[in-house]
Design a protein around this ligand. Structure first.
Ligand SMILES: [Zn+2]
Length: 318
């Protein structure tokens, strides 16, 4: 078959998904496809192995929230799409048999336990890798399932593009020397793009884990408890360099911003004497004194000494 025929064949199959708008069943499968297309476009998915990752879920939620106000569920479309013949699953080792007899999966936790990744037919993935045919498929999906949300989706695609571009640029900034005195934003954009991009870059470095307590809590649907924190507050530094950022759980983000904890130049935690705390010993902030924080795999992405020094001097309650 020529490329064109293959594209037409898949457009036909992709615009024939089971969604029942009349009875109010939300269009999970097309939203999943739009989300995967988004990640391919951003270079986050370069192989035909699509993980049910937190990144995929966050993208899925962004599309979901402009299309419907129902409860989102990524597990169901990720699983049921296989009935369509162009989407397949690779089981995790030891789970091949379990996958064969499974008829439904309702949570991402279960999905990740059983399935290592989903993958498309190779010829479909090839089409999705090429910008022109990918766009053709994306527009066909939007036209078929979300004609009444075209404008919102178009805006989201532009915003996602800017977020991807911004987060890529702040990750690339580590090639240059870090400068605490110099403001660094790669380009002017609105606050929501900037914040989402900073979060995306920091989460890609720390894998949604709090660097202080190592908690990695995901809800059943993959929503993460971790936040991207600036070391020198953005309000002061205007600096989105990833070396001015760490990933923290809600509790440790709050205590870090309040100056109750800080970081030594050897990446260990220091805790303020100026706090009163009560509770079981292992949960006290004082129990963190001297513990090493989780560090990035790449040395050049380590939190900057100048940033940590600023935090110790100006934010920390000595
Ligand atoms: Zn924590």
């Amino acid at each position: 078959m020529t490329d064109n025929k293959i594209i037409q064949k898949y457009i036909q199959e992709l615009t024939d998904l089971n969604i029942d708008k009349a009875s109010g069943i939300a269009p999970h499968q097309p939203i999943l496809l739009l989300s995967i297309i988004e990640l391919i476009e951003q270079g986050k998915v370069s192989e035909n192995k699509i993980n049910p990752s937190a990144e995929l879920y966050e993208t899925f939620i962004r599309y979901w929230s402009i299309i419907t106000d129902r409860e989102p569920n990524l597990a169901m479309p990720f699983f049921h799409l296989k009935k369509k013949g162009f989407w397949h699953h690779q089981a995790n080792p030891e789970f091949e048999k379990a996958l064969q007899v499974t008829t439904q999966i309702k949570t991402v936790t279960r999905l990740r336990e059983i399935i290592a990744y989903g993958y498309f037919n190779d010829d479909l993935f090839d089409i999705l890798k090429q910008p022109e045919s990918r766009e053709l498929i994306r527009q066909s999906l939007i036209e078929k399932y979300f004609a009444d949300r075209k404008q919102e989706i178009a805006e989201l695609i532009i915003e996602e593009y800017k977020i991807g571009e911004y987060s890529q640029k702040i990750l690339e900034q580590v090639r240059n020397a870090f400068s605490a005195g110099e403001k660094f934003i790669p380009f002017k954009t609105n606050k929501s793009v900037r914040k989402a991009a900073f979060r995306r870059a920091i989460m890609s470095i720390y894998d949604y884990t709090c660097v202080v307590c190592r908690l990695h809590i995901m809800t059943l649907d993959n929503v993460s408890v971790t936040e991207a924190a600036h070391i020198i507050p953005f309000s002061v530094s205007g600096n989105d360099d990833v070396r001015n950022g760490i990933s923290l759980c809600h509790l440790h983000h709050w205590t870090f911003d309040k100056g109750l904890i800080s970081l030594n130049n050897d990446y260990t935690v220091i805790v303020s004497d100026l706090l009163v705390e009560r509770g079981p010993d292992p949960l006290l902030l004082k129990s963190l004194i001297g513990s090493h924080i989780l560090l990035p795999r790449k040395h050049e992405e380590y939190p900057a000494q100048e940033a940590m020094e600023y935090h110790r001097e100006k934010v920390f309650n000595k």
